[in-house]
Design a protein around this ligand. Sequence first.
Ligand SMILES: [Zn+2]
Length: 138
Amino acid sequence: MRISIPPSWRTRIYRYRLTATKCKKCGRAAYPPSNICRYCGSREVEFIDLIDEKARLITWTIIYSAMEGFEEKRPVVLGILETVNTKARVMAPLTDTTPEELRVGLMMEPVLRRIINEGGHGLIHYGVSYRPLLKSTS
Ligand SMILES: [Zn+2]
């Protein structure tokens, strides 16, 4: 029986909301959040959420050799996206799409998806994936 709180539980709020930081000095956004701006070194940062923001696909990779527990997700398509307004770079799995549909600049939106059902413990982990925007009405 599991007694300790899994690390994913402690960080879930940040991951579900795509919490990032935005520098008050240079205006650049960073994801994951950082107390120090990685572009200008300023410590004056504010927390912002990227979960309601659309993003453009910059590049992606397809992983066929999924690790244990992720077999049902194969192939895993991992994308790097840039949020439209804040220009934050986010690396996240892509969902509701096929590798053939993907192209640079594709407009996508974040959705909360089940990532893994941790074997035996009944723990279901959720995380943010991105899906093509045109499919959002389905
Ligand atoms: Zn800065």
